[in-house]
Design a protein around this ligand. Structure first.
Ligand code: PGA
Length: 274
């Protein structure tokens, strides 16, 4: 099964020419490894121009979306606007937005608006250090709460038809947080297995169909050196990459690792030129 490699550029880069250069390089890797689902999420300023650029051959996502279609909502961007700009995905509930006040209830409104407009949500969930230190049961309980609230009133058939992506992003693993270090593939896999169990019970999916029905990605300090380990795990449907997605050679290696893993090839640990 093809794996997802999603770039979250966050508030980078600061010029469109840099964004173009980056997208061009990522586009080359995406074209070379067509069995990998590559999605790039640039800031809004570059997103609409980029999504109309056929040259890069990429799919695009927004880093956020508002829940109303139009009106007096200064600074917001709606799902119909994204749809009309050929944007296919929208990140919802990223921990950096939650830190600015986004709640599960808001994430739920955003998801429903995205779904109504044919945009695939990428719902981010994940625990902080304190909850993590309490062990898997506490982590699962916390994430189950996030999932139940964020996916409230989303039906099982809508979930499956729209292909909602869940990104498990433990906050303590996100590279820009103090003392961050990546999760290890084994532990991430175990947590994602629990997330699938929660989703299966929410949407009445049998254990045999859990892995094919739900796409659950890992995110948090993924780079060219550790990507293969995460991508190799059958439980992990792909990776959401922040910092390393701004370095074309590094990100290209992550795409290659996803290709090799999907194509069942042995991944060679090539050295990256920094
Ligand atoms: P990181 O960011 O890869 O830089 O840790 C991931 C994210 O925040 O989505």
């Amino acid at each position: 099964m093809s794996k997802y490699v999603i770039a979250n550029w966050k508030m980078n880069p600061v010029s469109y020419s840099e964004a173009q250069k980056l997208a061009k390089a990522i586009g080359l890797s995406a074209r070379k490894y067509r069995n990998v689902k590559v999605v790039v999420c640039p800031p809004f300023t570059w997103l609409t121009d980029m999504s109309h650029e056929k040259e890069f051959g990429l799919e695009y996502g927004a880093q956020d979306v508002f829940w109303k279609d139009e009106g007096a909502f200064t600074g917001e961007v709606s799902s119909p606007m994204l749809k009309n700009s050929k944007v296919k995905y929208a990140i919802v509930g990223h921990s950096e937005r939650r830190k600015l006040g986004e709640t599960d209830a808001q994430a739920n409104l955003k998801i429903k608006s995205a779904l109504a407009n044919g945009i695939t949500p990428i719902l981010c969930v994940g625990e902080d250090k304190k909850i993590h230190s309490r062990g898997l049961a506490a982590v699962t309980e916390f994430i189950a709460k996030q999932l139940r609230a964020s996916l409230k009133n989303v039906s099982g058939s809508t979930f499956q038809d729209s292909g909602i992506l869940i990104a498990y992003e433990p906050i303590w693993a996100i590279s820009t947080n103090p003392g961050a270090k990546p999760d290890n593939p084994e532990q991430a896999s175990t947590t994602i297995f629990s997330i699938r169990k929660v989703l299966a019970s929410m949407f009445h999916v049998s254990s045999a169909r859990r892995r094919t029905t739900f796409q659950v990605l890992y995110g948090g300090s993924v780079n060219s050196q550790n990507a293969e380990g995460f991508l190799f795990c059958p439980e992990i449907s792909g990776v959401l990459v922040g910092g390393a997605s701004l370095k074309p050679a590094e990100f290209g290696e992550i795409i290659r690792a996803a290709h090799d893993v999907s194509a069942d090839k042995k991944v060679k640990n090539k050295k990256i030129k920094k």
